[in-house]
Write a protein that binds this ligand. Sequence first.
Ligand SMILES: *Cc1c(COP(=O)(O)O)cnc(C)c1O
Length: 361
Amino acid sequence: MTHRIINFSAGPAVLPLEVLEEAQRDLVDYQGAGLSVMEMSHRSPHYDAIHTDAIASLRSLMGIGDDHAVLFLQGGASLQFSMVPMNLMHPAGKADYILTGTWSKKALKEASKEGRARIAGSSEETGFDRIPEASELDLDGEADYLHFTTNNTIVGTQWPSEPDAGDVPLVADMSSDILSRPIDVGRYGLIYAGAQKNLGPAGVTLVIVRKDLLARAPESLPTMLTYRIHADKNSLYNTPPCWSIYVVGLACQWLERRGGLEAMAQRNAAKAAKLYDLIDGSDFYRGTVQIASRSPMNIPFRLPSEELESRFLEASVEAGMTNLKGHRSVGGIRASIYNAMPAEGVDRLAELMWEFERAHG
Ligand SMILES: *Cc1c(COP(=O)(O)O)cnc(C)c1O
């Protein structure tokens, strides 16, 4: 038996074992081709099928219609912080940003270098412990787009539904909850996500963009930073991250076999409820964000002291778990339980939490 640790990493994160085994089986000789996906031309028929199938799976899982292009880019979600304003702000344009954590602040910072980026809502005053209410938002109906972060990986909050921006295109960083629940893609101008949390391995970034927005990019923009070029070339303008796209395709097929996004959302909700119920029923563990804003993907919590938190982390390692330490900017404990985290992994964590509370509470 292969030794597999229970991995609560926020990213790069756990992948489904079936996906890893499939990639392993086909690693040296991809389906009789006599070479691996890492070694084949990105213009070969074998790779063409991998690329086409991965896009088709994403389209079918997410219900992406013909109005949107699906792109596989590089540079991580962080490059999208720049590419979004470079492509979507009209020359000297303006955009609204809602601040719900570190990642949205970074997105705002990059957008400010390209045009007038304005804060249209923020929960920074209370340490990003919640998603702002609709009534608190100050939206500019003339903005080129409204940017928000659907799931805040570090603090552990998630938008229950998207903000209503009227005719202003919605742009969302979905790096840590893409494919975790059904969404109405038709409501978005652009969605982006680094793959390494809930899609597949690092190295590829998914961008879903409404085709009519592609015309906005100025001709002076560098080719590699222009969505329009990548869309025209079906993400094959240059060598794409073939291996990462291949594994994203396998992860999509795994999701399809497991009933798609509706079924996945139910499983994710059940896993999260297990931990949140335990936290709410305990005087020992304490949740750090407001209940209505809680993320089902990243679950942060505190123990009565930092000393106990270190001992909890030691106990988790002894129990075969890893990566439960909270982000260095917030401390405490964080369990990231994306699609690929099996329910048994969450059960094991819950058992450890009960035992630890009994011993130290
Ligand atoms: C991890 C993360 C990022 C950064 O992703 P990179 O691919 O490392 O650039 C951006 N936004 C969110 C919400 C994230 O969780």
